[in-house]
Design a protein around this ligand. Structure first.
Ligand code: NAD
Length: 284
């Protein structure tokens, strides 16, 4: 059984931990915020109960998954002897670099260090460590247990061995992978941020209501989910950081819609706070 450490137990970290533990990895989850760790543990338990009740997994799978998981506020305990550490902290380069420098010091030399960044450069992150050949981006999607894809983004110095190692982990987690040459926003975030931003600009211009914009894209263009509901699911704070990075690196086309900034200032961050472009009965 390979040992995995997940750094950051928010929307993505808890989802990656859940799927990895369910597929036989021994998973240690770390967060600097103990409340987030507790929420992550509760989230995974609830998802397991739902999946078992719906017949997707057995009681035995559920127990194995729970036994495979540990939660730590101490980073050094979480990464002890791990084969791979996957970072899922905030989309802020300085925060990510700080985490990778700590991981580089604490992890054994064998450990591959992966970032779940939606937009940023694994080359820039890898260059701040003593093992750029073992640094790579693994971009999972939300919710992790439902979404089939992982984008694998190789930095300038990432070795072929590291690429193959993480693609194999993806397969063991029952995901498909695509390999992307490093460029801001990769394939999916670059496209998705633009669609979402256009929907927000339409809402701002009064073209249609949020409900009708999403209904049009859902039923007229056959997207499984409308772009405003998807932004709410991602988290509007996370989406704004993605847009700001893409605006800075790719130019004017990616200027974040002022409405997105206004929602973030108001603390309306989408599903996780119970309110964003739409309202939700309970925050997750
Ligand atoms: P989030 O805000 O839900 O969670 C971030 C977590 O990181 C929080 O629990 C926070 O306490 C923790 N954290 C912050 N600094 C830390 C540190 N130094 N050490 C340990 N933990 C720390 O964010 P998220 O939506 O899970 O996004 C995480 C990453 O995944 C971002 O890079 C984001 O762009 C990317 N991503 C997000 C989505 C999405 O749909 N939300 C999808 C794909 C990728």
């Amino acid at each position: 059984m390979s040992k995995m450490a997940i750094i950051g137990s928010g929307t993505m970290g808890r989802g990656i931990a859940y799927v990895a533990a369910l597929n036989g990895f021994s998973v240690a989850v770390h967060d600097i915020n103990t409340e987030s760790l507790t929420l992550a543990e509760n989230y995974i338990q609830q998802e397991l109960i739902k999946s078992e009740q719906l017949g997707y997994i057995s009681k035995q799978d559920m127990n194995t998954c729970l036994n495979n998981l540990t939660f730590h506020s101490d980073l050094s305990l979480a990464v002890e002897d791990c084969d791979i550490a996957i970072e899922a902290v905030l989309e802020i380069m300085d925060v990510k670099i700080d985490v990778f420098q700590k991981l580089d010091k604490l992890c054994p030399p064998k450990t591959v260090l992966a970032t779940n960044t939606s937009t940023m450069s694994p080359t820039e992150i890898g260059a701040q460590t003593g093992r750029p050949d073992k640094v790579i981006a693994m971009h999972f999607f939300n919710p992790v247990h439902k979404m089939k894809l992982i984008e694998v983004i190789r930095g300038l110095d990432t070795s072929q061995e590291t690429v193959e190692f993480v693609r194999d982990i993806g397969t063991k987690m029952k995901k498909e992978t695509v390999e992307v040459n490093e460029f801001p926003g990769f394939i999916t975030s670059r496209m998705n941020c633009l669609i979402g931003n256009e929907a927000m600009n339409m809402l701002l211009e009064g073209v249609a209501s949020a409900e009708d914009i999403d209904k049009a894209i859902n039923l007229g263009l056959n997207h499984p989910m409308g772009p405003l509901a998807l932004a709410d699911l991602v988290g509007l704070d996370t989406r704004l950081r993605n847009m700001e990075y893409l605006h800075q690196t790719l130019g004017e086309k990616y200027r974040p819609c002022p409405l997105l900034k206004k929602y973030v200032k108001a603390g309306k961050l989408g599903v996780k706070t119970g309110s964003g472009f739409f309202h939700y009965t309970e925050a997750k």
